[in-house]
Every structure is written in structure tokens, then in C-alpha cells.
Design a protein around this ligand. Sequence first.
Ligand code: SAM
Length: 282
Amino acid sequence: MNYRHAYHAGNFADVVKHLALVALLSHLKKKDKGFRVIDTHAGRGLYDLAGDEAARTGEAAQGIARLRALIPHDGYPESLKTYLDLVQSAGEGRYPGSPLIAARLLRPQDRLIAIEKHAEEFAVLSSVLSPYRTATAEQADGYARLAALLPPPERRGLVLIDPPYEAPDEFARVGAAVGGALRRFATGIYLIWFPVKSKSEVDRFCGEIVAAGAAKALRIDTEVEAKANIKEKIGDKERLARAGIIVVNPPYGFADEMNTAFSIVATPLAARTELAWLAGES
Ligand code: SAM
């Protein structure tokens, strides 16, 4: 295993993904009926921004750290206020990952299954989630477990698919996983993260998600410090400058909520965001 999210936690891509996660969870909480969250690639749940990994890339410094000066007020969309509160309550120099964000927002009738394959990450994840009775951490392959866990007994839910994209076939695996998942649970909400290293590869991937049966799908791309070259060299590492999410079955009002939130965070992040309907609405 090479990928460690600790190098990237709290970067611009995490901010966008986690803002979307908070907005989708808030929507699901509008009804009393419980729902299930399945986080197929959960990571460790809590990151130390003062640690070596974060310091080596400086990604959090150019991401979440730039939002510290924002003071949430009534003019902010609820999702942005909630996200900023969650980050602040994780503690000074710490950043909450997707499973901790979900665990913090669930009600007693809701459930979270957070899946992480790698032992070291899983050990931390288990301890981070241990205070939350509604959350379960599993050490397993997220794709295999997703197929087994759908449809959820509640018939309401959100699936977050956020792999490291280290393997050359990761886009294909995500496409296949979403296809299988939609056949089992067509009404679920899916939040899928992806890096943009090759525009044609990502466009093809988005086409596959629609072809897999997504009747309604929104794509949101974010680019930081727009450059002709999409990658920037940091030592021997390449820093990602463009990333995206696809939301399948986004709830009504989600695109507007995201637009408003991005209009507030775009300037401090020096980011540009583009929303496009891949299927439905527009
Ligand atoms: N979702 C997390 C968040 O937003 O805080 C970040 C996840 S990180 C991008 C991807 C994680 O997937 C890594 O912790 C990696 O160890 C884990 N992973 C890699 N392959 C996996 C697999 N097949 N099943 C489950 N987890 C996997």
C-alpha cells in the first residue's frame, strides 16, 4: 500500500467532497425514517494536520487552513456552517475524515458502515468510531462489501465511493461497482470522488456512470490555482490541482446549495468550481 490519505487530508478536494457529504446527510435527515451510510473507502477517520505527512505536502495549509478565517453566520448555507463546526470541533490541528463526519451527524435511527482495507488505517478508524453506537467499522474490500450490503434494510441511504486511484483499473472498478450498486439500489444517493489527471479518462468515466443506469447525476469539478498544466511538482510528488465528484440521485436543491457554499469558499481556496448535469435536471 502506498496511498495514505494523511498526506492529502484537508486539501481542497477533501473540502469539496466533505461539504457535499454534509449537504447530502442533512437532506436525508429531513425525514424521520432512518437511513444507512456506506463508506466503501473510509480511511482512518481523523487526521493530524501537524504531523509529518501533512507538513510534507502542505495540502491542508492550502485547503482547510484557508477557511479558518471564515466566521459562520446566518447568511451561510447550513451545510457550510455544519462542516465548519465539525472541523472546528475535531480539535486544533486535526481534520475529520468522511466516516467521522458521518458518525457525528447520524441520529439514533441511522447507521454507518465504514469499510477500510488496510490494517493500520483500520485500527485508527475502529478507535475513532468506537464512541458512536450507530457506526460500524469493517476491515474489508469496499467493493466486495458494497455488493453484499445493498439494498440497505432501510431502503434509504448514501454510498460514498472514495478510492485512492492508485491502481490503473480503479476508474473501471468504480464504474462496475456503481453499475452493480444501482441494479440493487436504484434510489440510493451515491457520492463518487475522482482525481482529474486526464480529461478524456474522466469524461469516459462519467459516461460510464450514466450508462450504468444513473437517471440523475451531477458532476462538480474543482480546480485550484488554475494553470495550463493540471499538475504541480512538489519535490518528487505531483500535487493534484483538479478533482471532481459525481453525485447520483442528488436531492432537490443540492446543486443550488453547493453553488452558494462554493461561492463563499472559492476565494479563500483560490479555486474554481464547475457544476454540470450528466443526466436529468440541467
Ligand atoms: N473517504 C476518506 C475521507 O474522505 O476521509 C478518505 C479515503 S482515502 C482517499 C482511500 C482509502 O481507501 C485509504 O485509506 C485506503 O487505505 C483505502 N483502500 C484502498 N483500497 C481499498 C479497498 N479495496 N477497500 C477498502 N478500502 C480501501
